[in-house]
Design a protein around this ligand. Sequence first.
Ligand code: 5GP
Ligand code: MN
Length: 323
Amino acid sequence: MKTALRQAAALLQQSERPLLISHPRPDGDTIGSTLALRLALRELGKDPIIACIHPLGENLAYLPGADQYQETLPDEIDIDLVVVIDMSDLDRTGGLYREEWRDRIPLLVIDHHATNDAFGDVNLVDPTSAATVMPMIELLEALDVKIQDELATCLLVGLLTDTRGLRTQSTSPTVLRTVSSLIEAGGEYVKVMQKTLDSVPYKKMRGWGKALDRLQLNGAVAWTTFPLDEKKALAISDHADLDLGNLLSRVAEANITAAFVEMRDETVKISFRARPGYDVATVAASLGGGGHRLAAGCTLDGSLEAVVDRVLPMLHRAVESAE
Ligand code: 5GP
Ligand code: MN
């Protein structure tokens, strides 16, 4: 067994009250992996706490244990292990991680981002995996947990969302075999497709309308913007990114796309997507963010206009350097 896998399993076996953290604006991979681990640890007689600074979208809130998420943690908290899931640096806990834990409580990182800088005491990080779900499955097997039913459904959510419904370059034969075995183990494939992937709230789809109305294409770069006041007008929460990154990724003429979404406090969240052969991880990392070659993101200070002006030339350079 790989060293990191053995060490990760040992940390979880020794722990009684682990804190599991999912990343902000949570996606299906961070949530599915976290909820699967929570179910597994409860089966092993442990008492895990799960936390995420943002609420789950309706398309994830139906999952078992989703109602147990805490958005803030009490000052006094009795935990003996911190597990951060599907994030490439500690900033991605959104402030839930406390520096004072550093020397007292072990930190376990479970992730699949190429930009992960191995910031934990133990790092179960596989950048070749399509989703954090893949190293998570290895870990559950190392813990002798039976993967079935609700737990299998949680894992399916992570795999199906991070591969955008099994259509990304990362959708390998291994991924398809894993999906098959999760279905055989009782995972609800059609339910996940219906409730998580094919369910867009009405106001979010109205938001897509506004965003697509402003869609621009210049050479092989397509982008759009979404100002905060339009979120307010549609009663969409300030932190939402409307999943515009994945929507724009389908523009046929574009090799790189970017969705610029205004957040509170004069910041702009950017979602980058690239077609195979192009690389947005390097751009995102150079701006203080991270991700994968084909899907990455960052958050920058400044107005929408200023951020767009700063970032677009970088995207044109990224297109040129790949050609
Ligand atoms: P999305 O555009 O869907 O928010 O994110 C695409 C990918 O980039 C995901 O794997 C996500 O974890 C990563 N990502 C997005 N924003 C950030 C960021 O600010 N920092 C880091 N390290 N990764 C990010
Ligand atoms: Mn992921």
